[in-house]
Design a protein around this ligand. Structure first.
Ligand SMILES: Cc1cc2nc3c(=O)[nH]c(=O)nc-3n(C[C@H](O)[C@H](O)[C@H](O)COP(=O)(O)OP(=O)(O)OC[C@H]3O[C@@H](n4cnc5c(N)ncnc54)[C@H](O)[C@@H]3O)c2cc1C
Length: 322
C-alpha cells in the first residue's frame, strides 16, 4: 500500500479545485493507497480548509505558522521537509504555487520529480507509470518514476475526476510544532489586485473565448455578435492580449483570470495548459478549431473541426432565427 500526501492549495479560506482531484489521482497510482492531506497557512482560514479536507481525506496534517500566511514555496518547502517522512510520495497542483514549491521540495527531500502529470497507470513495486503532456499539449509522454526514495509530482488541475460529496470523517493532526526554522530570504510584501477591466468575465455563465485563430483584430466583431446572440461575454487567450486587441481583464489562464462559466466556447484556441488552467468548475466546453489534432479537442465536450470565421456567423444567425 502506497502512502501518499496531497498538498492542498487554498485562497481566502477555500481549497482550490485540485484538492478534490488528488483522491482520484492517488487511486490511479495505487487503488489501496492511503492518502493524507497537508495544509499550511495561518489562523481561521487554515482551520476552515483543514476542516473541509477532513470530510474528504482520512487524515489531514495542519501546519499553522504566521510566516505561512502567504503561500511562499521557499517557506512551505522547509515546513514539509521537517514534517513529512523522507521517502514521502507527494502530490502538488501544477499551478503557480505548485511550480514554485515542487521542484525544490524534491531536491530537499532527495526524491524523484515529475511535473504536469495528466494520468497515472499504476505502480509496480517502486516503479510508477505516469503520463505527462509536453510541447503545449501536442505530445503525450509516458514516463516511469522510481518512487523508492519518494517522489514529488505536480498534477495538472482538471485531469482527474473530482470527489463528489464525500464524508470521510477524517481527523486533523496539528504538526505546527514540528515545522522547524521557517526563516526565508524571500519575503511577502503585499497583494496587488489586478485592475478592473471593462467587463468581468469571471461573472459570466457563457464565454465566447477567442484565440489566435481569430486571425485579425477586425474579426473580433464576429465573436462579439455571437456573444450578444448567446447573452455571453467575449474572453480570450493571451496572444490576443499581447496583440493589444482586447484588455488583459479578458484573458483566461494562469497569468490571466480564473473563470467558472457553465459553457465555454473555445474559438480558435489550441488548448495550452496555461490557458486551460484558468477554466474551473467543469464547464461544458465547445471547441471549434480547423486543426483536428488541436489539444483542445482532448478536453472538449463538443469538438467541431471548422474555420471559426465561417462557423461563428452561421451559429449567430441560427440562434437569432430561433
Ligand atoms: C508563463 C506563461 C503564462 C501564460 N499564461 C497564459 C494565460 O494565462 N492564458 C493563455 O491563453 N495563454 C497563456 N500563455 C501562453 C500559452 O502558452 C499559449 O501560447 C497560448 O495559450 C496560445 O494561445 P492560442 O491557443 O490562442 O494560440 P495558438 O496556440 O497559436 O492556437 C491557435 C489555434 O487556432 C487554430 N486556428 C487558426 N486559425 C483558425 C481558424 N480560422 N479557425 C479555427 N481555428 C483556427 C489553430 O489550429 C490553433 O489550434 C502563457 C505562457 C507562459 C509561458
Amino acid at each position: 500500500m502506497t502512502q501518499i500526501y496531497a498538498y492542498i492549495p487554498f485562497k481566502n479560506g477555500s481549497a482550490e479545485d485540485v484538492a478534490l482531484e488528488f483522491p482520484a489521482a492517488a487511486k490511479k497510482i495505487d487503488e489501496a493507497a492511503s492518502l493524507t492531506a497537508v495544509v499550511t497557512g495561518s489562523g481561521a482560514d487554515l482551520d476552515k480548509v483543514a476542516g473541509e479536507m477532513a470530510k474528504i481525506y482520512g487524515e489531514v496534517i495542519k501546519i499553522d505558522h504566521a510566516d505561512l500566511a502567504y503561500p511562499n514555496g521557499e517557506i512551505i518547502r522547509k515546513a514539509l521537509t521537517h514534517v513529512l517522512p523522507a521517502d514521502a510520495v507527494v502530490l502538488v497542483g501544477h499551478d503557480t504555487l505548485g511550480m514554485d514549491l515542487a521542484p525544490g521540495l524534491s531536491v530537499k527531500m532527495g526524491s524523484a520529480y515529475a511535473a504536469d502529470i495528466v494520468d497515472f497507470q499504476g505502480v509496480d513495486g517502486s516503479v510508477l507509470k505516469a503520463v505527462r503532456q509536453e510541447l503545449g499539449g501536442a505530445v503525450s509522454t509516458h514516463v516511469t518514476i522510481d518512487i523508492s526514495a519518494g517522489a514529488v509530482m505536480t498534477i495538472r488541475p482538471g485531469s482527474f475526476a473530482p470527489v463528489d460529496g464525500a464524508d470521510a470523517g477524517g481527523s486533523v493532526v496539528d504538526k505546527s510544532g514540528e515545522a522547524g526554522d521557517l526563516s526565508s530570504s524571500r519575503k511577502f510584501l503585499e497583494v496587488v489586485e489586478a485592475e478592473a477591466g471593462d467587463v468581468d468575465i469571471t461573472k459570466s455563465d457563457v464565454l465566447v473565448s477567442i484565440g489566435r485563430g481569430i486571425e485579425d483584430e477586425e474579426n473580433i466583431e464576429v465573436a462579439q455578435e455571437l456573444a450578444d446572440a448567446m447573452k455571453a461575454v467575449v474572453s480570450c487567450s493571451r496572444p490576443i492580449v499581447d496583440a493589444k486587441w482586447l484588455e488583459k481583464s479578458r484573458q483566461v489562464g494562469t497569468s490571466g483570470q480564473t473563470v467558472k462559466p457553465k459553457v465555454y466556447m473555445a474559438m480558435g484556441i489550441s488548448g495550452s495548459f496555461q490557458h486551460m488552467g484558468g477554466i474551473k468548475g467543469n464547464p461544458f466546453i465547445v471547441a471549434v478549431n480547423k486543426n483536428p489534432k488541436a489539444p483542445i479537442f482532448q478536453v472538449a465536450d463538443l469538438g467541431i473541426v471548422e474555420d471559426i470565421l465561417a462557423f461563428m456567423p452561421e451559429l449567430t444567425e441560427a440562434i437569432e432565427d430561433l
